[in-house]
Design a protein. Structure first.
Length: 232
């Protein structure tokens, strides 16, 4: 599987399943997960779902970890909304998502941010977060940071601000990724002074808030767009 993946041989990966089935070889969960992730790394999400259907037919039936592997594959293929569909299918099958599941779904949604982010992605992310909290799983800085970043990419500053307030209510600390996303949100609505104040707070704050290369690039780009040479 590893050789085929590195060589980009998707067809051979699928033929390998035929070989195992024809020779009465029962693939283990590790084999199925390797096949699915191999398809994902090659950007072949359709092939990954084909492998998934074969696993359901040949066994063993998927577990939470198997569903997580498929969600990770959606992330590798930058298909966040597909990851949400897998989450729903997982719940229909009677499985309870764990904290890793929700983190992977958020990562998959954010993976699409290289493209134009649709409002649908933000709404899906917020819905997934609400489901997670309702199930009794506590939110993490990672999950909230990804969601705030997603809102910033979509220029939905109001939603981002609400999420930050929710984080603080839960006692979660703002980190570099989250603060950078908020700065982008401030810039999107023209609040450059507020963006710079948050940058100063990051610069003078604890290590987990210190500005990164992405922070500086985001802020200087916003300054240029707003004509604020003084801040730049």
């Amino acid at each position: 599987i590893k050789v085929y993946r590195k060589s980009g041989y998707v067809g051979e990966l699928l033929q390998l399943i035929d070989y195992m089935e024809n020779n009465h070889f029962q693939p283990t969960r590790q084999v199925w997960a390797s096949l699915i992730l191999a398809c994902g790394k090659l950007g072949q999400l359709e092939a990954a779902f084909s492998v998934w259907q074969r696993q359901i037919r040949m066994g063993p039936l998927p577990t939470v970890e198997d569903y997580n592997s498929l969600i990770k594959t959606c992330s590798l293929s930058s298909q966040g909304l597909k990851a949400v569909e897998v989450l729903k299918a997982m719940q229909v099958a009677g499985h309870s998502p764990n904290s890793e599941t929700y983190a992977l779904v958020m990562a998959a949604l954010q993976a699409q941010t290289g493209q134009k982010v649709a409002k649908e992605q933000v709404l899906a992310g917020i819905e997934v977060k609400d489901q997670m909290l309702a199930s009794g799983i506590e939110g993490t800085v990672e999950i909230y940071s990804r969601l705030v970043a997603l809102c910033a990419e979509c220029n939905d500053y109001i939603a981002a601000r609400q999420l930050v307030a929710e984080m603080q209510t839960q006692g979660l600390q703002l980190d570099t990724v989250c603060c950078t996303a908020i700065i982008k949100g401030y810039g999107a609505v023209g609040w450059m002074d507020e963006a710079y104040k948050l940058y100063k707070r990051m610069r003078d704050g604890p290590a987990h808030m210190r500005p990164s290369r992405a922070t500086h690039l985001t802020l200087t780009t916003l300054c240029r767009q707003a004509g604020r040479v003084d801040l730049a």
